[in-house]
Design a protein around this ligand. Structure first.
Ligand SMILES: Cc1ncc(COP(=O)(O)O)c(C=O)c1O
Length: 481
């Protein structure tokens, strides 16, 4: 049957992924599974935004859809039971992929990593005296949890990051214990979606020893790093599957320890989440499993597609993907740091570490002109588009890392933010108010389909004289030379 691992089914990619030479394997994968990139002369460098799907994933999925009858899972008819079976198999595959013991962890499907984080935020039993401790270098979907914490009078506390955008070397050694205090939460990302910095997973047992429950945002980490939940035991882990293997979109997961799940207090109930609900008596009882957190009809068609994506990553091997992107990133970083204007001035300002130590395959930077002034990030992204290179510009929903990278001064920033009325905010206006400080960076990120030619094309583009303004009327098409 479709969607079992390739060892059982002989997936289209098996002959490729079984090759012993990783370089040959990645070249063949690029040629066969991601042929649309070179056919369109496209350099895709936004894998932290979204992974790209292997073409056989969508072909076999189309075959699956046209040969399988699946109905809404909340019933006992054959099509419904079949959908339920696929969902349960997908849960088991997710646990197995992350080495998570089913006796310890469960998988709750959500729309994406953000939705998974919200499930935690809205149901975590914050109260007066609770602490919500977090890194500034987090996605907004983690920062958003602070709104729930503050509403319950919990204390929100940010750790510090240094000039390399790393959490302070001392880790949590200065953080007081919260053992015996009301429930407290610590949240961090194992890989920054801004700088690519990796934060040690050792923080998890450290925080737990201090009495914190731990949220691990692994969304930017898991597409190119092996995460095993055997040796570390974060209470909550969030991922988005499209970032890992491109297809399907619309499904993420909260991987949650059973014990942690029991601490959560859902503020509402919905279809599919209850043992019973009574209108007469205005009572309800949530089911005691993760289904209590899966509102309404799960995205059953897409959830069924996860198994094949995970099988692809397993067959290639996360270690090989990691080594592949690590080597490409080393070349890219080196090349970026070496780019100079004819007057010797650097062409780029690279944020975060300038070495490959504890960094992943994403890098944020600004382009500088020969006088050292920043070329506005969107201008760079636009001009890259004209050269068929997909980059991302902005702060990547990570305001904490951005504020540190651009050296914002908190009071000045606050004054500027307050002078921009609702609806009139724009990064360019903020930049102007801040005295033309950079307010956005450009990000290049790599994934399993990346190759050395992509890196060369980017470096070649960045070595050209990029203009501060996009020529009026310039347009670029999504593909084609
Ligand atoms: C580290 C990190 N966390 C969370 C998210 C949010 O993911 P999603 O938009 O899929 O909910 C992202 C998205 O880029 C991310 O990089």
């Amino acid at each position: 049957m479709w969607l079992l691992s390739s060892r059982e089914t002989g997936n289209a990619w098996t002959a490729i992924t079984s090759a012993a030479d990783p370089a040959a394997m990645f070249a063949e994968l690029r040629r066969t599974e991601f042929s649309r990139l070179d056919a369109g002369n496209h350099v895709y460098l936004d894998y932290t935004g979204s992974g790209l799907y292997a073409e056989s994933l969508v072909r076999s999925y189309a075959e699956f859809l046209t040969t399988t009858v699946l109905g809404n899972p909340h019933s006992e008819n054959p099509s419904s039971l079949a959908a339920t079976e696929f969902i349960e198999r997908s849960r088991a595959d997710v646990l197995s992929f992350f080495d998570a013991d089913p006796a310890e962890y469960a998988v709750c499907f959500a729309a994406n990593a953000s939705a998974a984080l919200r499930l935690v935020g809205e149901a975590y039993p914050f109260e007066k005296g609770s602490r919500f401790l977090l890194s500034p270098d987090n996605h907004n979907s983690v920062h958003g949890i602070r709104e729930y914490a503050q509403r319950q009078d919990a204390t929100v506390e940010y750790l510090e990051i240094d000039a390399e955008l790393r959490l302070n070397q001392s880790g949590l050694s200065q953080v007081p214990s919260v053992s015996g205090a009301p429930p407290s939460l610590f949240a961090f990302a194992s890989q920054s979606n801004f700088s690519g910095v990796k934060t040690s997973l050792d923080l998890i047992p450290q925080a737990q020893a201090l009495g914190y429950d731990v949220v691990l945002d692994a969304a930017a980490y898991v597409p190119t790093n092996k995460l095993s939940l055997r040796g570390i035991h974060p209470d909550f882990v969030c991922v988005s599957f499209y970032k890992m293997f491109g297809f399907p979109t619309g499904v993420g997961a909260l991987i949650v320890r059973h014990e942690a799940l029991q601490k959560l207090r859902r503020p509402w109930f919905a279809g599919g989440t209850v043992e019973f609900a009574s209108v007469q008596n205005r009572v309800h009882r949530l089911v005691s499993t993760v289904e209590a957190f899966e509102d309404g009809t799960p995205n059953f068609l897409s959830i069924a597609a996860i198994q094949a994506g995970l099988a692809l990553l397993s067959d290639i091997g996360m270690d090989r993907i990691h080594a592949h992107v690590h080597d490409l990133m080393a070349t890219m970083l080196d090349g970026m740091l070496g780019l100079r204007h004819p007057n010797g001035a650097p062409r780029l300002r690279v944020y975060g570490p300038h070495t490959m130590e504890d960094r992943g395959a994403a890098v944020a930077f600004n382009v500088l002109d020969a006088e050292g002034d920043v070329v506005y990030h969107d201008d760079v992204v636009h001009q890259a588009g004209l050269a068929h290179i997909s980059l991302r510009g902005g702060c990547f929903c990570n305001p904490g890392a951005a504020e540190a990278a651009f050296e914002f001064e908190a009071d000045r920033t606050m004054q500027c933010l307050q002078t921009l009325p609702p609806g009139e905010f724009s990064p360019a206006r903020l930049s102007h108010c801040l005295g033309d400080l950079a307010v956005g960076a450009v990000r290049a990120s790599l994934g399993m389909a990346s190759n050395a030619a992509d890196v060369d094309r980017l470096l070649e583009f960045l070595a050209s004289d990029l203009k501060a303004q996009v020529p009026a009327g310039a347009v670029f098409t999504a593909s084609g030379p």
